[in-house]
Design a protein around this ligand. Structure first.
Ligand SMILES: Nc1ncnc2c1ncn2[C@@H]1O[C@H](COP(=O)(O)OP(=O)(O)OP(=O)(O)O)[C@@H](O)[C@H]1O
Ligand SMILES: [Mg+2]
Length: 364
């Protein structure tokens, strides 16, 4: 899969920008704050309809604009035009000029993986950071998951509101809400578990290639105890039954996949809290390379890689490993302030774009 062309209207510091890309390697060079990351961000938004660096969609609109629009031409087996439009009313997505009712019908069509300095937050940050990351990553592989999550969030809200309305509490109605919530908990839990299993299938070899060691594992820390699928419903009914008085007292749902977490262990140590900066960087790199392998091996797809400013901070060995994974058959977008940070082999085969104050020109 590759992105042939992108068109931006009022996106961040760009008024109107139209760029055609190389099927393989594209490099954006420029000083700080010129608009390099903004371009990678726009490609990411085109793929997942959300930014990797803000949850506030309106921040993407150029100052004083009423809307922003990203249009991308993607070639896979066929050529398709994708469009994301964001304004105060919300978001609209279209494929080949046909507006889609649900964002979930748009997702998982363009496969993109972003590597950026902020990624460290996925390891070091709060459980919310990790849940958001895994939610987005699972969503791009899995349309059902998007629906489960959206249904879950709606139902959780309804159940919480009902818990606050103590005066007309109807146990029968409440049990129906709980039962539905349990079903969605189980669906989401199973998808998350499956995804983490897939990551673990690939991450050990990747870690071994880079570090020579093989003790790495991603854990899904859920409130649900590991058990046979057919036992889960009973398990959760018990858990919720035991909690009802507590929930009525606190007027809020106290249990659920909205509180789950993920952790990474290296040499049997949970590195989220204790790891060094180097270990964090290595872990996140391995995690994302494992995702590329899932795309390739399980779905027979070649994702677009967005490498934002990562070559300056990785050592030679890790850089070479990324390059090996690229293997000349993935489309890659790279940003850097300095071409010298990027391997000569890569630069030779790349299209170079010079970014200056929201203008982009082609380099030699
Ligand atoms: N919504 C917006 N409207 C207008 N300009 C914006 C908006 N959001 C960001 N900018 C501008 O975009 C620029 C930052 O762009 P970007 O993050 O792409 O920089 P960069 O080239 O990646 O820099 P660095 O090398 O420091 O990472 C800043 O000048 C910022 O003021
Ligand atoms: Mg940047």
């Amino acid at each position: 899969m590759f992105l042939r062309k992108i068109e931006l209207k009022n996106f961040r510091n760009y008024d109107n920008l139209e760029l055609k890309f190389n099927k393989n390697i594209n490099i954006f060079i420029g000083d700080n704050a010129q608009g390099k990351t903004n371009i990678l961000e726009s490609i990411y938004v085109l793929a997942v309809t959300k930014s990797h660096r803000t949850s506030k969609d309106l921040f993407l609109l150029k100052e004083n604009s009423l809307f922003t629009k990203i249009i991308g031409e993607v070639e896979d087996d066929t050529k398709k035009q994708y469009e994301v439009l964001i304004n105060k009313e919300g978001k609209r997505v279209s494929i080949n000029n046909n507006p889609l009712k649900k964002v979930s019908d748009y997702l998982s069509k363009i496969n993109a993986i972003m590597f950026c300095p902020d990624d460290l937050e996925i390891i070091k940050g709060s459980p919310l950071n990790r849940r958001s990351f895994f939610n987005v990553e699972i969503s791009v592989f899995n349309n059902d998951y998007v629906r489960y999550l959206s249904d879950y969030n709606k139902l959780l809200k309804t159940r919480n509101e009902y818990l606050k309305e103590n005066d007309k509490f109807n146990k029968e109605y409440f049990d129906i809400l709980t039962d539905k919530l349990i079903d969605l908990n189980i669906k989401i839990y199973l998808e998350r578990k499956k995804f983490v299993e897939k990551i673990n299938k690939y991450i050990v070899d990747i870690y071994k290639n880079i570090s020579g060691k093989d003790n790495i594992k991603v854990y899904y820390d859920s409130f649900i105890d590991d058990d046979k699928e057919e036992n889960l419903k009973r398990q959760l009914q018990d858990k919720f039954d035991r909690l009802i008085n507590n929930e009525l007292f606190n007027k809020i749902t106290l249990l659920g996949i909205h509180k789950d977490d993920f952790s990474i262990y290296i040499d049997n140590v949970k590195i989220n809290n204790y790891g060094s900066q180097g270990q964090h960087r290595l872990a996140i790199l391995c995690l994302k390379l494992a995702e590329i392998e899932i795309y390739r091996k399980e779905y027979n797809k070649k994702p677009i890689l967005l490498l934002d400013d990562i070559f300056s901070e990785l050592d030679k060995n890790k850089k070479e490993n990324i390059i090996n994974y690229i293997e000349n058959d993935l489309q890659v977008f790279i940003t850097s302030t300095d071409l010298d940070n990027i391997d000569k082999k890569i630069v030779e085969n790349a299209d170079i774009f010079i970014v200056k104050k929201g203008n982009v020109t082609r380099g030699d």
